[in-house]
Design a protein around this ligand. Structure first.
Ligand code: NAP
Length: 269
């Protein structure tokens, strides 16, 4: 029998850390399967899914930029992801069906599951795909007002309304309100992007600062939060979290999360 496999598809794809994460867990659990990165340009997406569907060894694929929205056309959307987050990061085989889902929201939430955010004000920077996953997760919690800071303020306001969250959208230059949690879900601070310069002084001492960006891992935002002795969560926690949920679906086994420190070492080497 052909060895089962899963993939991550995107354009570009060489930078993806997903193969390292999934193969680390496959090796750790002794599962005889492979996980690899495949370069799929936009014009190749339909052919990719047609071929994958016809190969019984193919378990599914993670989906990254620029396919997270267009891939919805090729899958069954059983969880209503199109209407909520509006993007999928995983397609998997279920019998003869190809099902799409999004594990970014769960991956974002896992590292802060222990925080009581009930009624607490939150700040989210960004209004793209990652922000949508973050806002979806927040909309499932009974959080207080959400302030979105974004270059395109109208886009931020539309997202708040779309997710049924109370709050307001402001420009990136607006002073921060006090908040229990600040999440950077924008590309600011990422390699080859401008930094995210925020004055964190309005945040209370027990605020948590969470950066979804993982390249670099220690962003300027996290450095500034650490200088203020605030608790921080970095983008690798979310990356490993979303991969863990995908791994369970793709390979039917729980990943060995007790080995996260070793995995983080490999990812940052
Ligand atoms: P995206 O959909 O392209 O959205 C990018 C966001 O950043 C938009 O809100 C955009 O503002 C803003 N932005 C980009 N360039 C900007 C600039 N020069 N000035 C001001 N704002 C700018 O990207 P995404 O998929 O949401 O990804 C955002 C970040 O999250 C990336 O660093 C990505 O690697 C990270 N991410 C991490 C994980 C994880 O597991 N840790 C998962 C997903 C994404 P406008 O709305 O005004 O265009």
């Amino acid at each position: 029998m052909t060895r089962p496999y899963a993939e991550v598809i995107g354009d570009p794809i060489a930078h993806s850390k997903s193969p390292l994460i999934h193969n680390f867990w496959l090796d750790a659990l002794g599962i005889q399967a492979d996980y690899r990165a495949v370069h799929v340009p936009p014009e190749g997406l339909a052919d990719y899914f047609a071929q994958a569907r016809s190969d019984p060894a193919w378990r599914g694929c993670n989906i990254t930029i620029p396919h997270k929205q267009t891939a919805l056309e090729f899958v069954e959307d059983r969880g209503g992801v199109r209407e909520s987050i509006g993007a999928i990061n995983l397609a998997f085989r279920d019998g003869n069906a190809l099902v799409g889902t999004n594990t970014d929201a769960g991956g974002f939430y896992a590292p802060i599951a222990g925080l009581d955010l009930t009624g607490k004000p939150i700040i989210v920077v960004g209004a793209g795909g990652a922000a949508r996953a973050v806002l979806f997760a927040l909309s499932k919690l009974d959080v207080g007002p959400v302030t979105i800071l974004n270059r395109n303020v109208l886009k931020g306001a539309a997202l708040l309304a779309g997710f049924g969250l109370k709050g307001k959208a402001l420009a990136l230059t607006a002073p921060l309100p006090a908040a229990a949690l600040l999440v950077n879900a924008s590309a600011l601070g990422m390699e080859h992007h401008p930094p995210l310069d925020l004055d964190l002084s309005p945040l209370p001492e027990d605020a948590v600062v969470y950066d979804c960006v993982y390249a670099p891992l220690e962003t300027g935002l996290l450095k500034a939060a650490t200088a203020r002795e605030l608790d921080t969560v970095d983008g690798l926690d979310m990356l490993i979290g979303q991969a863990g949920l995908a791994f369970e679906i793709l390979f039917g086994a729980e990943p060995p999360r007790d080995r996260d420190e070793e995995l983080r070492g490999l990812l940052t080497a």
